[in-house]
Design a protein around this ligand. Sequence first.
Ligand code: SF4
Ligand code: SF4
Ligand code: FES
Length: 912
Amino acid sequence: MPRINIDGTDYDVAAGHNLLQACLSLGFNLPYFCWHPAMGSVGACRQCAVKQFHDKDDQHGRIVMACMVEATDGARISISDPGVVKFHNSVIEWLMTNHPHDCPVCEEGGECHLQDMTVMTGHAYRRYRFKKRTFRNQYLGPFITHEMNRCIACYRCVRFYREYAGGRDFDVFGAHNHVYFGRHEDGILENEFSGNLAEVCPTGVFDDKPFAKVYERKWDLRGTPSVCVHCSLGCNTTPNERYGKTRRILNRYNGEVNGYFLCDRGRFGFDFVNSPLRLRQSLLRKDGSAEPEPTTKAEVLRHLTGLLSSHKAIGIGSPRASLEANFALRELVGAERFHLGLSASEQELFALIIDILQRGPARAASLKDAEQADAVLILGEDVPDTVPRLALSLRQAVRQKSLETADRMKIPRWQDAAVRNAAQQEMSPLFIATPDATRLDDVATVTFRGAPADLARLGFAVAHEIDAASASAPDLSDDVGVLGRQIAEALKKAKRPLVVAGTGCSSAVVIQAAANIAWALCRLGRQGMLSFAVPECNSLGLSLIGGGTLHDAFEAVEQGGAETVIVLENDLYRRVERAAVDRCLHRARHVVVIDHLLHETARSAEVALPGGAFTEGEGTLVSNEGRAQRFFQLLVPEGDIQESWRWLRDLLDISGRDPGWTRLDDVTAACAKTLSTLASIPQAAPGADFRVNGAKIRRETHRSSGRTAIHAAITVHDPKPPEDPDSPLSYTMEGYYGPMPSALVPYFWSPSWNSVRAVNKFQDEMGGSLRGGDPGIRLIEPASGAVPRYYDDVPEAFAKRDGEWLIVPLQEIFGSEELSRLAPAVAERVSPSYLALNALDATGLRIAEGAMVAVDLGGDISHLPVRVRPGLPSGVGGMVVGLSGSIGTLLPAWGKLIVPPGAAVGKDGHHE
Ligand code: SF4
Ligand code: SF4
Ligand code: FES
């Protein structure tokens, strides 16, 4: 461990860090702009200067950029030297010459890194009196605002967008001393990580556009630790609210999971909580009424008392509800009468994934593991559309080879430009085998397109090449055989190989093939890792609870074994065929729905109870890594809205079985005690009794202003703040804020650090883990020393059928997920539904792009425009999950295409 001297005192620092990293890790306030822990150094802004001395006798020293110099043993520096202080001040002054003094109207004001650094360096007086440079701003789509005059040319945005996230429609343009960061013309930022610009940019050039419409100053916002609910990765977030309205989502750093970045679905999808579709009041369908009507909680519970006590009830759970809510429903109806709310095929796939991860020997990869993988195979999963943040990690994984080259050349890994220069286009192997093209293909070594069966066969072939004991795929074409060997060789050579698969193709054999590959690598002594994408925020957690399928539930209703159906946070019409749901809801004598949305299932119910959205309750979710993480309430919901588990506790109570649950901890503990697979979930975060110095942790900043004015129109008396019995967090600015368990950090703030960069003060070292360990607890670890039991159910090769197409599920980042599509900003990005077809097939059918066709899936007919997707194999079509036309359709399925007469085009391309 190198020892460096800062202003006369010796400090031990981490090996390989630069001086800026070292100083910040030690807690010094050294100003900087262009360096980013995830993106390294380029030395562009000149803000992080320190004075470096040759040795003890050197009295003069020289100014160096701390981010560009390694903290080597014996280094002597000063950060308080008058020359350095003056240098910091001068740099800010010249950066500010063109910066508008519009802080009072700037959305970044109060949480601006440039403001922080300006104050930190003592630059308080503007001497520049001339005209400032100005630019024209651009329309960049629904997510991000643009105000170029505020730019200080640190280059962080373009480095993030192009180099880190792989975007191509954003750049830096320059002429003379004008540099411009934006698109070549107005237009929507295409990259699905564009929202991170609002956090990456140290000034107010790029800001959160939906937040701008409901803007509040940072110090007036209440924050809470939360978890994204829009896919299974469990990215950590900080939602903010004021006046009872959730206003935005910020990234909440978790070193093992999302690090510094979120995807745009996770950042902007939260607004469904403010949707007009919210169920805000109890509804009860009186005899003969067409629609359920608003009623009181007391009346609805009275109605349910008779109903629950005199009828046989079954429960249907949900992969988007917390463990506690699902468990409470299971307690209400009994384990044998609890159903997971999933189709049989989906449920089997989740069970298969859990079995693979529990059995081992391959371990589930965290996002950090994925980022460090040095060879990756993606089998069957459209990663950017199903689990977007994983795609960002895999984009960094392909840089592993260039980082190794840098190591050999003794270039520090944080020397970003030098590493990129030395390594040029060198990339670690990434193989992508999917039915259709993906937005990661640009960094792939090889892409392979095939029907799910052919993807599985490729996977089995790769596993067999690695370990001959695993099943082989017979009759492979020469090309696929060669590719299988190439992939196997690359994975075998790697130290940290990763296989990514999931439920995207709805294919068990694809998942089994992926497991065989990772297991074969483990048998070779490699650290084989698996990452399985599953669709929803608690898909794995729900499966760990276990229960029947949706069709089991329907069967129980059909056979008269269930008269009351209680549906938890689940729109059944999105899960299985419409006719089956219609029949069940019609046959059941009583249907009770608990949810935060008034969806079709809720509208069909006899009773609909308003459940809390993720901002209105607390609970535990299990990510695709098997990591249990706690989310906390951001605001106390209005009226009858309460967490689903509280409704279910009330139902237990009225049916004479009071479980004695008064707060979430009681349910979490009961769940952990009952289900051995969930035994450690109480450790996901400290319980409600946790205190620091006897105090709760405050959700509001001590700078919160105008609290007494909030209710001034109603009363001049300051109302009693709400209490939160479920967590160790308080609802006011009173309480503790300081070093705290990482799972409880409600917002990152530290004196002098008002921007998101305050996270520096919460990390063990810059870019490392949060102090005390990253949030969450892993529930699934493979049995140690496990010997693989290979799958050998190798499918036949895909065979085209005359007049029929295998319609496979496709995903879209904006549109496939149920909740985020209700957020207005995301809704702007949702494209209309379509049928994807291979170009040759479209030509064979004599239909052009955009022509309408009828897709007949066993009598279920959808009318969709054709989108030609050159990547799709011939004989395979695709429909986007979650968009109209495919909702409730179980894919893959064979279907017929009916081309209406007007849709066909002649050989010359004109409609006939
Ligand atoms: S727009 Fe922001 S991030 Fe980009 S160069 Fe300017 S100040 Fe830096
Ligand atoms: S990747 Fe998934 S969990 Fe992460 S922010 Fe995006 S939608 Fe949310
Ligand atoms: S942070 Fe070091 S030069 Fe910009």
